[in-house]
Design a protein around this ligand. Structure first.
Ligand code: G3H
Ligand code: ZN
Length: 280
């Protein structure tokens, strides 16, 4: 099964099935997502964040090329998504680099400025057949922000504001603040399932859960049942990667060949990927 487009996978997943999306930073992350998807027999989204692009010297092309090649060779359907894009310059590279979807993140702006910037991004994307996700409310725990176990009710997404936001921007999917937070290394978040159900009723597009690394399995299952469709996972892969490297280097203090410890790190990430995908 070759590279597919996010929109295609989202249409299939919208019937209360869920679709997991994994943030990739290195080639090993990309290979692990493909291996995990094959192991679980499920489709998945490979997503590259603006922060990952910054890590690679502000270059999107190398990781995009790796993700494209690995997805094309995979037996599981995999789509390419550009994640948490705040820079319009990066947004505009999505099409040329083969990304079928983008999350344009104007959530740090005021409501009015968020609507304006997102509507412009959606117009640009739709003219090129690109599916656009955006965020309303503050999930928290992004780079430069402390990770939160749960955010204050005041920053959670309001259903009627969400309905207006979707109508005013034309987005294809909406990331909402319902109790998860980015960069959690323990799975202790509790989601507001009543709010998820209310948002699902209020907005006509699929909902996206960010910060899913901190959400326990049963909470993710309940969220999908309540109407959450796209489940974004990043930190859990890094936790598995780093634990495997740390164990290997502790047991083999003289080792210098990165292939020796990256093999275990890649496999640990693939198991993590398969675990999340089996919840879908
Ligand atoms: O957009 C990416 C996700 O929200 C990942 O969040 O690293 O906390 O799992 P996480
Ligand atoms: Zn996120």
């Amino acid at each position: 099964m070759p590279l597919v487009r996010t929109a295609e996978l989202m249409t299939a997943a919208a019937v209360r099935q869920g679709l997991a999306a994994f943030n990739v930073i290195t080639l090993e992350h990309v290979e692990a997502v493909a291996a995990g998807a094959e192991r679980a027999g499920r489709p998945a989204i490979l997503q590259v964040s603006e922060n990952a692009v910054k890590f690679h010297g502000n270059r999107l092309a190398p990781l995009a090329a790796a993700a494209t090649a690995v997805a094309r060779a995979s037996s599981a359907p995999l789509a390419l998504h550009l994640d948490h894009v705040e820079s319009v310059e990066l947004l505009r590279q999505a099409h040329a680099e083969g990304f079928g979807s983008v999350m344009f993140d104007a959530s740090r702006l005021s409501y009015g400025d968020n609507v304006k910037a997102t509507a412009d991004a959606v117009r640009w994307g739709h003219e090129r057949g690109i599916w656009v996700e955006a965020e309303l409310g503050r999930v928290g725990g992004k780079e430069g922000e402390p990770p939160l176990d749960a955010h204050a009710p005041g920053v959670r997404t309001d259903p009627s504001e969400a309905a207006a936001y979707v109508a005013d921007t034309g987005v294809d999917a909406l990331a909402v603040a319902v109790g998860s937070s980015h960069a959690m290394t323990e799975r202790t978040a509790t989601l507001d399932h009543t709010l998820i159900a209310a948002l699902h009723t209020a907005v006509p597009v699929p909902l996206v859960l960010h910060g899913s690394s901190g959400v326990p399995d049963e909470e993710i299952r309940a969220a999908v049942t309540a109407g959450m469709t796209k489940i974004n996972v990043g930190t859990a892969l890094n936790t598995a990667y780093t634990a495997a490297v740390r164990t290997h280097l502790t047991e083999n203090p003289e080792g210098v060949d990165p292939r020796k410890y990256l093999t275990g790190a890649r496999d640990a990430m693939a198991e993590t990927v398969a675990g999340f995908l089996r919840l879908m």
